[in-house]
Ligand binder design. Structure first.
Ligand SMILES: [Zn+2]
Ligand SMILES: [Zn+2]
Ligand SMILES: [Zn+2]
Length: 255
């Protein structure tokens, strides 16, 4: 299984517009973060987690020329506004993209992208086409050789989904993990976890909280994502435990 970090930044991205701080003006490419999303490839199967507001740029950068399935974590703008750009794949394949998502995300995406579901809303031009499959934690399913389970998380008060795919888990945008979710996080090779910044935040783990969760979950390797401009890539990584590091855009795991 090959995993590509398409984006590792928070909702503003890094650099933040108009900011002159050390990280926003850094010349280290690892300090430049598009909005968070992950690409998983296994054999002929290509799977995306979220379609970020930077998806077009990410697809061009990584030559994503075909796509059939997207796992949706939640519907904040930074995670779904790239959905419209997936219409190129439906046009070529003449098939809808399958979105896996919870009930709340299903409702929201049907409102925002009504033209993708109802031909009478807008005619002409290339329209995205989606087929929604509602999933819940505890309903595992497979796509090719990928075994997938949704994981309940809280993003502040908002219930959202993380995902386990084989021995990798992707937990973005979370500030607490309900007790029942830990059983789905046992014996992981790779944990990918939200770590927004050093200061605490109401809807995201800060770095210290993320380190505590990573220790509790005990994956063989943990990568932090969804970072804001407060975290300098190299400086932060120098101080992290050996089994943990900040991810960066373009990082590829596996082959
Ligand atoms: Zn986000
Ligand atoms: Zn900045
Ligand atoms: Zn969010």
């Amino acid at each position: 299984m090959r995993t590509t970090f398409l984006g590792t930044g928070t909702s503003h991205g890094v650099p933040e517009i108009g900011c002159r701080c050390a990280v926003c003006t850094s010349t280290n490419p690892k300090d430049q973060r598009l909005r968070s999303s992950l690409l998983i490839e296994q054999g002929p199967k290509r799977l995306l987690i979220d379609a970020s507001s930077d998806f077009r740029q990410q697809a061009l950068r990584h030559d994503i020329d075909d796509l059939s399935d997207i796992l949706i974590t939640h519907t904040h703008a930074d995670h779904i506004l790239g959905l419209d750009d997936t219409r190129i794949y439906s046009r070529r394949s003449k098939r809808p993209i399958t979105l896996y998502l919870n009930q709340r995300s299903d409702r929201r995406i049907r409102q925002l992208f009504d033209y993708a579901y109802d031909d009478s809303v807008h005619q002409g031009g290339d329209l995205p086409k989606f087929e929604n499959r509602i999933i819940e934690a505890g309903w595992p399913f497979s796509l090719g050789d990928l075994n997938i389970s949704a994981i309940d998380l809280f993003h502040g008060k908002l219930p959202i989904l993380g995902y386990r795919i084989n021995d990798l888990a992707y937990l973005t945008d979370c500030s607490s993990i309900p007790e029942h979710s830990y059983q789905c996080l046992e014996d992981l090779d790779i944990l990918i976890l939200d770590a927004l910044r050093t200061k605490p935040h109401t809807t995201h783990f800060c770095l210290e909280e993320a380190i505590g969760e990573a220790r509790k979950i005990g994956a063989r390797q943990t990568y932090f994502i969804h970072m804001a401009h407060a975290l300098d890539h190299d400086q932060t990584n120098r101080h992290l435990p050996l089994t943990m590091q900040l991810a960066h855009d373009g990082l590829v795991l596996g082959s």
